[in-house]
Each structure stands twice: as C-alpha cells, then as structure tokens.
Design a protein around this ligand. Structure first.
Ligand code: HPA
Length: 271
C-alpha cells in the first residue's frame, strides 16, 4: 500500500510540476460548485491516475483539480469513492493517502445526510463535531504500516477544533445559519428505515450518511486535521419521515450549495 501510494504520488508530482497543495478538499454533495471558484492549474481525470478507482455514481464525475482557491494552493477531488459502490475501504480512502503525500496539511470534506436531530431542518448546514463509525468494514484493518501512522490511532479530536471555530466565525460573519453535530456513517445504499433512524439517534448521532467517516479515519491515521460539513437533505425524525430519493437529496443539496461553497472558500482564505 505504501509503495502504491508513493508511486501514484510520484506520477501526480510529475504532472503538477512542483505545485504543492496545502489543503485537500473532497467535493462531496453540496460542494460541487466550489470547482468554479478554483483557478485550476492542473486537472487530472481519475482514469489517468495509476491505481485510482473510477467513480461510478450519478452526480460524481472523477477528476483531481490542482489550483488556487482564494489565493491558496488546494487539491480538490471532484467525485469520491463510496463503499456502497463495491470498493474496498482501502480503495475508498486511497486518494486521501495520496493527497497527504502530495503535501496537504488539512482535509476538508462535504456530504449530504439525513437529519435525526428533531431541531434540524431540511437544507440546514451542519458542521461535524464528531462521528460514529457504523460501517461494516474499517479502512485500517490489516497490517499497519508505521510510515503512515500508528497501529491504534487516537480519535479524540477527529474533527479539528480550530477549524470548527473558524467555520462558526465565518458562517456568522456571512450570516449563514449553521448547526453542529455528530454524523453516523452507515454503508447504504439503502436509506434508513424509521427504526434505523431511531437507532442512530439513540446512539447519539444528529445525522446519518454513507461517506466521510472512512476518509476522516485515514486522514487522522496520518495525523491530518479534518473538517467536514454536511447538508441535511431529509429528516429521519419520527412524524417527519417521508420517502427519500437520490434526486431529492441532490435537489436540496444544490440549493444549499451556494452557502456551503461560501463558507468553505472564506475559511480557506482565512487559513
Ligand atoms: N441517510 C443516509 N444517507 C443520506 C441520507 C439519509 O437519510 N440523506 C442523504 N444521504
């Protein structure tokens, strides 16, 4: 794994000619529009990158975009790999390892999720303060390579407190409402049954989704500070549960996208 990561990173380094990204951004649902804010210097489709899986899901095209966002060097992944697509956890998280080798000092991630906190509303933006890993597989099982990180990584601050504070400050100055909470990661691809929404609520989550947790675990393994923001696209709250579709999730996310894009791009400017 270490050698494969090094060789993919070496390929990308030769393509990006000395460009060093400071921040890695996984453009999940809700953040697709951020690409328009990046002054791209190098755009590399996933199918040109050795060892990279190819993204399949609707609404997630696959490219790595290297460039400047508000004057700061970033690498953005347009399209991520989900466990439910059939990738292994190692494949899902491989790009995070590669981005670290390219020099990122922090990772930003976005996603869509179903709110289970009764105070949440559809369209809310949630800053993730923590997560609960309910995926049936873990990206760090198997032999541990110390060059990446320790066998038993600490997860006491999975989401960086100073980035959370910055996000709150930026959102307040932009007068954008944000909520904070815990994200439970489940494999999908089914949305949850009412009993499952209730379960994650009882377990201590505010929202539930099908991504982000594996990438954050791997980033924390390599001691990369993380920040994640979620668009609440539907509610798994008793009395408010209605049919959920991928189209509805995309629709709500597209409305929230402008706000999330503003927050993230202002945060990057302030770093
Ligand atoms: N559950 C899981 N994933 C999701 C949801 C949900 O309700 N909404 C958007 N992604």
């Amino acid at each position: 794994m270490y050698d494969r990561t090094t060789s993919t990173a070496a390929f990308l380094k030769s393509e990006i000619k000395g460009f060093v990204p400071e921040t890695g951004i996984i453009l999940g649902t809700g953040l697709g529009g951020l690409v328009n804010e990046i002054q791209a210097e190098f755009v590399i489709p996933y199918d040109k990158i050795p060892e990279f899986p190819v993204s399949t899901v609707e609404g997630h095209s696959g490219k790595m975009i290297f460039g400047k966002l508000n004057g700061k060097n970033v690498v953005a992944m347009q399209g991520r790999f989900h466990f439910y697509e059939g990738y292994t956890m190692q494949q899902v998280t491989f790009p995070v390892r590669v981005m670290k080798m390219l020099g990122i000092q922090r990772l930003f991630v976005s996603n869509a999720s179903g709110g289970v906190n009764p105070d949440f509303e559809i369209g809310d933006l949630m800053i993730q303060t923590d997560h609960i890993n309910l995926f049936p597989a873990h990206p760090l099982t198997g032999p541990n390579d110390k060059r990446f990180g320790p066998r038993f990584p600490d997860m006491s601050e999975a989401y960086d407190k100073s980035l959370i504070a910055l996000a709150e400050k930026v959102a307040a100055s932009l007068e954008i409402k944000v909520v904070k909470g815990v994200y439970a990661g489940l494999s999908g691809p089914t949305f949850e049954t009412p009993a499952e929404y209730k379960m994650v609520r009882v377990l201590g989550a505010d929202t539930v989704g099908m991504s982000t947790v594996p990438e954050v675990i791997v980033a924390r393994h390599m001691n990369v500070p993380c920040f994640a923001m979620s668009v609440i696209t539907d509610l798994g709250v008793p009395g408010k549960i209605v049919e959920v579709t991928h189209e509805e999730v995309q629709h709500v996310a597209s409305i929230a996208e402008k706000k999330m894009t503003k927050i993230i791009s202002e945060m990057i400017k302030a770093l």
